[in-house]
Design a protein around this ligand. Structure first.
Ligand code: ADP
Ligand code: ADP
Length: 218
């Protein structure tokens, strides 16, 4: 469970996130909907502990990651523009992360299989398409078998098959009892993926409702 309370983030004069409060519960996919620039990525970075809040708090299963990144075994995230050593293979990229975080080697093979990269896992990740890069990012997020999964615009750059794959993956992760929080600027995408919606605009909360309630309003 993710609990966000009175969370704000300022960049100088600009208020990117403005007094947001909401809860993301386990067991259902929760969508985070808002136009570009609404504050979704900033909020997600604060949840993951990669960015400090100006005020307010975030807890993930009762723990605060306010000033350090969440351990991969507790929280996995796909955020924007993760850098990968271009010459390193997907397999080696994951091996290095697993080794530095104490995750067993066999888990690397499991996640490579899970995201469908087994045929290209030994090739340099620098040659990957956008969609394959997204799959590698998702493999990284799931490497620690985390209870909480956060994905920022995961379908960006994916082909239609990849989009379907992500939707099913998210639903499976939620059905396993995990907390799944996924952002998009597209209502049409959220309608097909999420059961619950947190909607923001200009950094402020607009709605926090079951998806059926939101779509019937529109
Ligand atoms: P979204 O993910 O919904 O597109 P962002 O969280 O990326 O929105 O951005 C929210 C607002 O914060 C935007 O106005 C953006 O320009 C601003 N912003 C984000 N990161 C920074 C930064 N590092 N410095 C200054 N402004 C930023
Ligand atoms: P480093 O200090 O070399 O980045 P880390 O162990 O902190 O080593 O992270 C290894 C890799 O895992 C990095 O690419 C980092 O971006 C990624 N990573 C760390 N924490 C998370 C997380 N919670 N979700 C997804 N990726 C993460």
């Amino acid at each position: 469970m993710i609990q966000v309370k009175n969370l704000s983030k300022r960049y100088g004069e600009r208020i990117a996130v403005d007094d947001l409060s909401f809860t993301v519960r386990p067991g259902v996919v929760t969508g985070f909907l808002g136009p570009n620039g609404a504050g979704k990525s900033t909020t997600m970075r604060m949840i993951v502990g990669l960015d400090a809040a100006t005020s307010g708090t975030v807890t993930v299963n009762g723990r605060r990651y306010a000033d350090h990144p969440a351990p991969l075994r507790e929280l996995g995230a796909l955020l924007e523009a993760k850098s990968v050593h271009a010459s390193r293979s997907a397999y080696n990229h994951l091996r290095v992360i697993a080794a530095t975080t104490g995750i067993p080697k066999r888990r690397v093979d499991e996640v490579i299989e899970l995201v469908g990269l087994h045929q290209v896992a030994r090739k340099p990740a620098g040659a990957f398409s956008l969609g394959m890069g997204q799959r590698l990012g998702i493999a990284t997020a799931l490497l620690g078998d985390p209870e909480t999964v956060i994905l920022d615009e995961p379908v960006n750059g994916l082909d239609p098959e990849g989009v379907l794959w992500i939707r099913n993956l998210l639903k499976t992760l939620a059905a396993e009892g995990r907390t799944v929080f996924v952002s998009s600027h597209l209502m049409s995408e959220m309608a097909l993926t999420a059961e619950h919606l947190v909607v923001i605009g200009r950094g402020r909360l607009i709605a926090d409702v079951p998806i059926a309630e939101f779509t019937s309003r529109a």
